[in-house]
Design a protein around this ligand. Structure first.
Ligand code: IMP
Length: 431
């Protein structure tokens, strides 16, 4: 039974949502297995655009079941806001949204805790400020974690929150005398009410997924964030707190990763990053520079936080690392249209680190910070690409650029995207 995973190979925002949307035609179920409301994805349907962060992209398709797996962290308030946004636009998710009763819940104290570490009491990562890290910390720490399945039991929830909130209040106050303090009873009421709302959607998604898999359903896994933000294999510590790579599928959904038959890696034709951390190919060249030009043309501003994304040339060293750790079978090159009008384009094929040429992605963020890209230069093109619908419509230089990326990564290019619309997708026919 085909089980496919769509995974970002850079620092997130690779336009995975568009590929997931295109592929949902051939899938019955879409599953999110990691991250939480830090993952912004823009979904377009007809003339409407939705900015979602927690709901899977597949949710707007009436024939698709969307599953939020156990590896996801959920802020119920935000989830309900997104559901209402859809309802207002006559998209009724009904029973098509299924949420794991093992997923962990983000509480307001997680957000406050994050403010502390992002300001003065820790290593600032440049996070989305959504409480992701502290919630996953509680999950791994076990003693202060609360799962979605617990929200429906008021007495139990109140008992848990009595202990947890006391701890969190002391922690917050310990670092800041004026820190916000939480009331366990109020939180218990509020989150129990969320639990009642979510109840029809909550279930053991592991059992469900295995049943559907056995029944021959086509399942699509939607990775949130990008592989370079993976907690184990990304540019640590400037990463998110979950396994965004394909390894996260087994732990974050309960369906063994080995059932995945195809891994589709998504790459922008250039590189972007939001938040802090090393970025070897960054074009930090001022308001009239190439980085700013890519940002403007590519509308490179965060979906969740609105922050301007840092922009730079395509980094094949990083992409090779990501392809390797994900077991990528084929790639999609997104936003190629953004690069029209550049006289020449660069691809980093190696780094120079302390005088040595290296082709691997360093483990240590401080080493990565010192890496200088070694570039290969390719010819640019002037023609806009946005109306191209087949590979032969592309100017030779654009075709060569896309081919070169596939060649360096030793992977077939499945599709090239030249705009946000579904129609602006070129299937190469090579996969
Ligand atoms: P957190 O996930 O909010 O803890 O943020 C950790 C890092 O991951 C920060 O650099 C964020 O900007 C980045 N990040 C988290 N989610 C996304 C995403 O969906 N796209 C791009 N970057 C993200």
């Amino acid at each position: 039974m085909p089980c496919t995973c769509v995974v970002g190979l850079q620092w997130g925002d690779e336009a995975k949502g568009k590929v997931v949307d295109v592929l949902t035609d051939h899938h019955d179920i879409v599953v999110r297995y990691n991250g939480g409301p830090n993952a912004g994805h823009t979904v377009m349907t007809g003339n409407k655009t939705f900015k979602l962060s927690i709901l899977p992209t597949g949710v707007i398709r009436p024939e698709v079941i969307s599953i939020i797996g156990n590896g996801v962290v959920i802020n119920p308030t935000r989830l309900r806001e997104e559901i209402s946004q859809l309802l207002k636009n006559d998209i009724d998710i009904g029973k098509r949204l299924v949420i794991s009763d093992r997923a962990h819940v983000i509480f307001p104290y997680h957000v406050e805790q994050e403010k502390l570490t992002e300001s003065k009491q820790g290593q600032s990562i440049g996070t989305t400020g959504r409480g992701i890290g502290p919630c996953y910390q509680d999950k791994v720490g076990r003693v202060h974690a609360i799962r979605t399945g617990e929200l429906t039991q008021h007495a139990h929830l109140k008992e848990r929150l009595d202990t947890v909130v006391d701890f969190k209040n002391k922690l917050l106050r310990g670092f800041n005398h004026d820190a916000v303090q939480f009331d366990a009873a109020k939180l218990a009421d509020e989150f129990h009410e969320h639990g009642q709302f979510l109840k029809p959607h909550l279930t053991n998604t592991v059992t469900l997924l295995h049943q559907e898999f056995k029944a021959g359903k086509n399942i699509l896994f939607e990775g949130a964030q990008g592989s370079l933000l993976d907690i184990d294999h990304g540019s640590f510590p400037f990463v998110t707190s979950s396994n965004s790579i394909t390894a996260g599928i087994g732990s974050g959904s309960g369906l063994p990763s080995r059932y995945v038959t195809k891994v589709i890696g998504i790459l922008k034709a250039y590189t972007t990053r939001v938040g802090k951390g090393p970025f070897p190919t960054e074009l930090d060249d001022g308001p009239d520079g190439l980085g700013e030009r890519i940002r403007k043309i590519g509308k490179e501003f965060g979906t969740v936080t609105g922050r301007p994304r840092r922009c730079g040339w395509f980094d094949a060293v990083a992409a090779r690392h990501s392809s390797m750790i994900n077991g990528v079978d084929e790639i999609c090159i997104m936003l190629l249209d953004v690069l029209a009008g550049f006289s020449e384009l660069k691809i980093a094929t190696a780094y120079e680190l302390d005088g040595d040429r290296i082709t691997y992605f360093p483990t240590d963020a401080r080493e990565l910070e010192r890496c200088k890209p070694i570039y290969e230069t390719l010819q640019g093109w002037n023609e806009p690409l946005t109306t191209a619908s087949k590979i032969s419509d592309l100017p030779t230089a654009a075709r060569k650029y896309a081919d070169r990326i596939g060649e360096i990564l030793e992977l077939p290019v499945k599709l090239i995207s030249v705009g946000p619309e579904r129609s602006q997708t070129i299937f190469t026919g090579r996969v």
